[in-house]
Design a protein around this ligand. Structure first.
Ligand code: PEP
Ligand code: CO
Length: 460
């Protein structure tokens, strides 16, 4: 054997990890903060603030996600594309919670499975963008990257990244969490009172009747169980709710990465379930380096350009020990390309015997612009991608364990179609998103009912 053969390259996974080791790798989609001293001061402040979640909640979620991998639960993950500081208010937060609770009720009832509920909230304030700058009338400014980084107005003052915004985002995330926890602890999610979750403006929604029928049937079942048990059935008035966001802004995430007593390793305590966006999932990139070292369950968005061997190498780095519940892939292909792009990925992971939770995001591959200038998504494309996802998993012998949706409890008109058949002319009526178009209440509920129908067909 020749002694001159080259040494194998060191895989990232054997190098020492630290909360800041991502700085040694190429970092995409991060803002440039012009004032380094202000950045350091904001980070020092953030490092000392109390965490937003606890390690035992994170580990409980990981166990639930492991059950979802095994088909014993279904994951519902949803919320805004981007939260905004201005909409951190009582009605937006409680309406979003109501829609998610109603959808989870439809899923539990229809699938006969417990549901893992994860919000895209309490930290979803940083956004990846396709360009670093934007030019209007000869003026070039940094792009808007989410309220945690800068502000949307097209002025220099608004667009220069401001590190104090990370401190404000942490505070608003804490207020959001506090309100959600208080609502749930106070009985808001009590199955005896699903009327608490009704949205005032829904009125004569086309699907309201079907939903009310389901609520009636569940109420009967709860009363029946209580009659049998001779009292209140425990746990029926309590649900778990977990938080998630795209952990894009690593200077922030690093400050929330902590060690805790009686646990090994490091946790990101800003959220239960961080994910890596499609644009920052490079194998040698800063985001992978950061994520491999935290103990939270994590997810990676997978788009149509990802090759099967790339996916296997992502698993090598992010879940080398094949830990249950640790890693999910959120595929977001588009209705047109899922049938060709997804099966090779499913086959490769299955052939290798890797443990993955598969989640379908039917939103992000299906974004388009209308002739009147709105960024929108057609309900039919969202439905089609989701239905195909169930069929493709069934054909591959893998399991679709959850969905990832952008939705709101507000009566918006951002996605076309659905039960009320929204048209391009309807979009201007209530188009409120600052980034991507969201399902409104009716469209979200329709998706929940569709999941029940489709999964029923697959397992029949
Ligand atoms: C998002 O989830 O808002 C997002 C930007 O998704 P993706 O990374 O899949 O494009
Ligand atoms: Co989005």
């Amino acid at each position: 054997m020749s002694s001159a053969s080259p040494l194998p390259l060191t895989p990232a996974s054997v190098d020492a990890w630290a909360p800041g080791s991502w700085r040694t790798r190429p970092a995409l989609q991060l803002p440039h903060y012009p004032d380094a001293a202000a950045l350091a001061a904001a980070q020092d402040e953030l490092r000392n603030l109390p965490p937003l979640v606890t390690s035992w909640e994170i580990l409980a979620l990981k166990r639930q996600l492991a059950e979802a991998q095994d088909g014993e639960r279904f994951l519902l993950q949803g919320g805004d594309c981007a939260e905004s500081f201005a909409e951190c208010n009582s009605s937006v937060i409680s309406n979003r919670l109501k829609v998610l609770l109603q959808m989870s009720l439809v899923l539990v009832h229809g699938l006969k499975l417990p549901v893992v509920r994860v919000g895209r909230f309490a930290g979803q304030y940083a956004k990846p963008r396709s360009a670093d700058t934007e030019t209007i009338d000869g003026v070039t400014l940094p792009c808007y990257r989410g309220d945690m980084v800068n502000a949307p107005a097209f002025t220099e003052a608004a667009r220069i990244p401001d590190p104090r915004r990370m401190v404000r985002a942490h505070a608003r995330s804490a207020m959001t969490m506090n309100f959600v926890r208080a609502l749930i602890d106070g009985g808001f999610a009590d199955l005896h009172h699903p009327e608490y979750w009704d949205l005032a403006w829904v009125g004569h929604a086309p699907l309201a009747h079907e939903y009310q029928r389901m609520v009636g049937a569940i109420g009967d079942a709860v009363r029946f169980m209580e009659t049998l048990a001779g009292g209140q059935v425990h746990n029926i008035n309590r649900v778990d709710f977990y938080t998630s966001h795209e952990a894009l802004l690593l200077p922030y995430e690093e400050t929330q990465t902590r060690q805790v007593p009686r646990q090994d390793g490091w946790f990101n305590l800003s959220t239960h379930y961080p994910w890596i966006g499609m644009r920052t999932a490079a194998l040698d990139g800063a985001h992978l380096e950061y994520f491999r070292g935290i103990r939270n369950p994590i997810a990676v968005k997978v788009g149509p350009s990802v090759a099967p061997d790339q996916l296997l190498r992502l698993i090598d780095v992010l879940n080398p020990d094949d830990e249950p519940g640790r890693l999910a892939f959120i595929h977001r292909m588009s209705a047109g390309s899922i049938a060709t792009k997804l099966p090779p990925l499913l086959d490769a992971v299955k052939r290798d015997g890797r443990r993955i939770l598969w989640i379908c995001d039917p939103m992000h591959g299906n974004t388009e612009s209308t002739s009147n200038g709105y960024k929108t998504r057609r309900f039919d494309n969202i439905r089609s991608e989701l239905e195909q996802a169930f069929d493709l998993h069934a054909a591959a012998g893998t399991r679709l364990g959850g969905v990832h949706l952008e939705l709101t409890g507000e009566n918006v008109t951002e996605c076309l179609g659905g039960a009320r058949e929204l048209t391009e002319l309807d979009l201007k009526r209530a188009y409120r998103t600052t980034v991507d178009p969201r399902l409104n209440y009716e469209q979200a509920l329709e998706i929940a009912m569709l999941i029940v129908r489709k999964r029923g067909q697959i397992s029949a």
